[in-house]
Design a protein around this ligand. Structure first.
Ligand code: ADP
Ligand code: ADP
Length: 222
């Protein structure tokens, strides 16, 4: 079944047409990469799916429900990590769990599980400034996964990392994805990265942002 459906979405900023009539959908459990040059509207589209931006036109549905704002069914990972500098690794991961309805004992167990999942054992009490880029992004991924979201939205998550760390995190992400079975929408300008990670690639073009092609990938993953 379709998990994310994007229909005829358009978005302009003052004089810039960022997205023009963009339509495609992502199947449940699929790892979809959206690739295209800088400025083709990838971030705008991802933010719209996240409910952080409201398109001028068209509709976006997640699990059949129209997106009307941010929701706990969507986890977001950003290129520049966007961690809370005043919170430790644990504190950052707990962020999404700190809700009135949340049972503290369960939270603790969940944080442990996430720290294991992303390989941050021993760094629970470290602060973001003490961590390497790769470790920061592991915290970002764990925080996004904390609420067990149905979809994972990633905006060039490895764009600020060196090549070797990026390769490691690619493998780790695919490992995590194989275990969680989440639907992933992963935005990048790097076609090699897209082809290596994705089940399906959506290629966007610029000025204004439109879908140029979509193709399936049937390669062995790293
Ligand atoms: P990408 O993520 O593919 O680089 P963006 O979604 O960031 O593309 O941007 C698409 C277009 O919209 C670009 O031309 C960009 O300059 C413009 N744009 C993005 N955000 C804003 C904004 N807040 N105000 C004005 N123009 C914007
Ligand atoms: P938050 O960011 O949500 O305030 P922290 O993760 O910073 O939470 O801290 C969680 C708990 O762990 C707090 O009770 C804190 O006192 C304790 N703590 C913080 N740092 C350490 C440390 N280095 N060793 C042991 N306990 C710590």
């Amino acid at each position: 079944p379709e998990k994310i459906s994007i229909e005829n979405v358009s978005r302009s900023y003052e004089s810039t047409r960022a997205l023009a009539d963009v339509s495609f959908s992502i199947e449940e459990g699929e790892f979809c990469c959206v690739v295209g040059p800088s400025g083709c509207g990838k971030t705008t589209l991802l933010r719209a799916v996240a409910g952080l931006d409201d398109p001028d036109d068209g509709s976006i549905r997640v699990g059949g429900e129209p997106v009307t704002g941010p929701g706990l069914d969507r986890g977001m990972v950003f290129q520049e990590y966007a961690l809370f500098p005043w919170r430790s690794v644990r504190g950052n991961i707990r962020f999404g769990l700190d809700r009135p309805a949340c049972d503290c004992a369960d939270c603790e167990a969940r944080v442990r599980e996430l720290i294991d999942l992303v390989g941050l054992d021993g760094f629970e009490y470290a602060y973001p400034k003490e961590l390497s880029g790769g470790m920061k992004q592991r915290v970002g991924i764990a925080r996004a996964l904390a609420v067990d979201p149905e979809i994972l939205l990633m905006d060039e998550p490895f764009g600020s990392l060196d090549a070797r760390t990026r390769d490691r995190l690619h493998a780790e992400l695919l490992d995590i994805w194989a275990r969680t079975g989440q639907t992933v929408m992963f935005v990048t300008h790097d076609i090699d990265e897209a082809v290596m990670l994705a089940d399906r690639v959506v290629v966007m073009g610029t000025d204004p942002g439109t879908v140029q092609a979509t193709f399936s990938v049937d390669l062995e993953r790293p």
